[in-house]
Design a protein around this ligand. Sequence first.
Ligand SMILES: [Cu+2]
Length: 119
Amino acid sequence: MILVNIAGLALIGFIIWWFWMYRPTAVVAAAPGQIIEVRVKDGVYDPALIEATAGKGISLKFIREDEAACASQVVFPELGIQKELPLGKPVVIRIVPEQTGEYAYQCQMGMYRGVLRVS
Ligand SMILES: [Cu+2]
């Protein structure tokens, strides 16, 4: 019983950390034409924060290593992009963000989450 409670508390702590406190480190898209690799693994995108410059295109290469069906698509809701991610087969997505702001990228259900920050 105590063990169950401890596990429950640990889970609650993890959820709080995950949804409110987790701040990924940024990867900056410096050079135009540079391809940034994004790994889809263990419930996270790595990197989960990408910085880009408005009007300059970036290429994101998504590499799905997670078998979970959850990871089978990546969606940029604000940019109208939705792509299938076959397991182990890299998918390059080309984006030219015209407006500054933060654009989410996520799985269909929003468990995998990342941010494309355009300045
Ligand atoms: Cu999901």
